[in-house]
Design a protein around this ligand. Sequence first.
Ligand code: SF4
Length: 456
Amino acid sequence: MYRFCMKVYGCQMNVYDSERVRAALLRRGWIEAGEDEADMIVFTGCSVRGKAEQKVWSELGRYAPLWKAKKRPYVALTGCIAQNLGDSVFSRFPWVRLVSGPRHIGLLPEGLERAMTGERVTLLDEDPREFHGLDDFPSSGLPSHEPPSSGGIIEARENRYRGYVTIAHGCDNFCTYCIVPYVRGRFLSRPPQEVLHEVQALIESGAREVTLLGQNVNSYGNDFDNDYGFAELLRQVARTGAERVRFVTSLPQDFTEKIARVMVEEPNICPSLNLPIQAGSDRILRLMNRKYTRAGYMEKVRMVRSLLPEVGLTSDLIVGFPGETEEDFQESVSALSEIRFDLVHTAAYSERAGTPAAAMPGALPQETRMERLNRVNELQNHIALSINRTLVGRRFRILVDGSAPRGEGLLQGRTPTDKVVLFQGTEDLLGRFVSVEIDSAESWCLKGTLIDENRQ
Ligand code: SF4
């Protein structure tokens, strides 16, 4: 039988797709192996940011000496990077035997078997509404075997306690900087029964927290011919028995009071919301085609905080968009100061070929973009630290989901508001809910002490 190794770069949706492919391959009798023993390396890559794309390019190049010596391993390139680069990779990297976009994962297992015979397999969208799904769930009926520590980037331990379910594919919003609608295709909601069935399967396999995924989860159901939408789905998911429910990502103009009220009414939906602002200046928001104004955004924040006073609010911000003046940039700075997010994923604008913004006049020098990025990061670190310090002395119930990345014998978990808490504990706590008291704060995490009596 064939041996495979998964390598995943990019967002949670790529991780989710890869887990499904992994499940399908194991079920078909493939064996997961370390990179050195694999017959097929399956790359899933992101093209949303230039950095992730460059990483995959350099990884692909690493197989040249092995290929020269042994004509192995074969390599498959999947995900939105594959849709973006197309079959041009075949000539550059002869070891690549399969190229498949994210809307073809249902055809991947069979395609990989064809590729193992030496065939060059191309599975790319002609029609952006086309979709080939995969029925295999990462959780259901898998052979009980852990991936080897040397193989793959997927963190098996995390998957056991936290499950992810994609509720919709693609996006129709066409923000001018974003490549997603071109590489992930048009918006397509999955039927609610399918989502609920998958959530149930995850819970039965031990997931204690379920996160619903989509480029814009709030648009869920817009393509149905009835009134069933995200608020309805969220409520049903909350009532499946999942102990904690999260969702990501929300587009500000589509996040409604109805959804916020479901979050209030269903106690197992975490009070945590990612609401990407992207810019504080209306002029830049218009150029980005974001379809909301700064004032409209502020109104959403007020609505959410009035209903969920303790909500953990995170955001995404791009600096250095083409034509962004110092005044525009200052509006982003003032938005961060005014709103005081718990966390902001900041990025310097990077051109994605084929998007409208890449052809806009007024591209800023890289140094200006990086200088602005450093300024917002410094400000945001300061804000996050001052928010986190107010939590010292408080107690939280956290799901212990792994070891602290920097070791020191610490475990980590997340509060309902999605703050990382590090604490001293033993591995038998992994996958359990425990209570911790916060002792100290940093800008990106909290440190606490375990309060034994509340472990479950
Ligand atoms: S909403 Fe905008 S930024 Fe988000 S995936 Fe769609 S096009 Fe991209």
